[in-house]
Design a protein around this ligand. Structure first.
Ligand code: NAP
Length: 267
């Protein structure tokens, strides 16, 4: 039997603007229910605009039954300056996607977008250790994924982006943090990749161009998406016809939810 929400429940949140589209309340509360933890914890949507975010974060320090919050757009970058401490993952990426409130009221921020991506791949049997990767994109999601792939031991990383200087800047930061990983910002027509990743927002809208060229798709064994909706992007729809294995954005979300709940002490 589930414990009802009560005065003893600890509050978890997802803070965003807008927040009505967030999937995390449904996903997190279902997971808490499966684990018999719903009632001890409850995760609620928190609609906070950018102007109010510093006051919201200050308020969390005083809210003694608050366990932590998932941080979503547009607060991920500014959250770095509003917590007391950052994990190495958050410091490298320069963004936070979950905050834990410690018993003394201090706030610890981490970034699990990349860790969730790697954990989602691993759950599907795709290990990143020693593999050559083509990653397209250099925004928030791609940056988190690049650092996580390097941390988990990929052999090489080719980073491409519409705006090349963003890929070059990311490549420099990844190389600095993980000098053992071979990082490039130019694709070679003879290069072969175990893993090709769309880390851009291309594929969210019907009619978007493909993030990888036909030649690049042909040179990847496994194609993975960072786009969550639609689940089957055009890239993923075309790939199986070319004998490619595919990996949607959804396993990332599920793996990330586990990691986030556990970071907030509710796992
Ligand atoms: N799976 C997950 O856990 C997770 C987590 C976060 C985000 N996401 C998803 O990942 C995707 C990207 O999100 P984000 O936060 O990284 O966004 P972002 O920071 O705004 O970055 C967008 C990226 O897409 C590229 N891009 C956008 N429009 C393009 C176009 N027309 N042609 C070529 N490149 C284009 C941008 O290139 P420029 O640098 O040239 O602008 C940039 O690299 C979204 O679908 C988001 O929902 C997934």
């Amino acid at each position: 039997m589930q414990t009802p929400v009560s005065g003893a429940s600890r509050i978890l949140g997802v803070v965003a603007d807008p927040v009505s589209q967030a999937r995390s309340p449904a996903m997190a509360n279902a997971l808490l229910q499966q684990r018999g933890l719903f009632g001890s914890f409850v995760l609620l949507p928190m609609h906070v605009a950018a102007a109010g975010f510093p006051a919201f974060m200050a308020g969390l320090r005083t809210l003694q039954n608050f366990a932590g919050t998932i941080v979503s757009m547009p607060h991920k970058v500014v959250a770095c300056d509003l917590v007391d401490e950052l994990t190495p993952e958050a410091r490298l990426v320069g963004a936070v996607n979950v905050v834990r409130r410690n018993a003394d009221g201090s706030l610890l921020g981490t970034m699990l977008d990349g860790e969730g991506f790697v954990a989602g791949l691993a759950r599907a049997g795709h290990m990143v250790q020693g593999v050559d990767v083509l990653l397209v994109g250099a925004g928030g999601a791609a940056s988190a994924i690049a650092f996580a792939l390097a941390k988990h031991g990929c052999a090489s990383l080719c980073l491409l982006n519409r705006t090349p200087h963003r890929a070059q800047a990311l490549a420099q930061r990844v190389s600095q943090a993980f000098p053992q990983v071979k990082v490039a910002t130019q694709d070679h027509p003879a290069a072969h990749y175990r893993l090709g990743i769309n880390g851009t927002s291309l594929g969210m809208k019907a009619g978007d161009e493909l993030p990888l060229s036909a030649s690049q798709v042909g040179r990847c064994d496994l194609l993975a998406e960072c786009v969550l909706a639609p689940e089957m992007t055009q890239l993923l729809t075309l790939a199986p016809g070319q004998g490619k294995t595919i990996h949607t954005g959804i396993p990332t979300l599920a793996a990330q939810m586990d990691l986030m709940l556990s970071f907030m002490g509710a796992g």
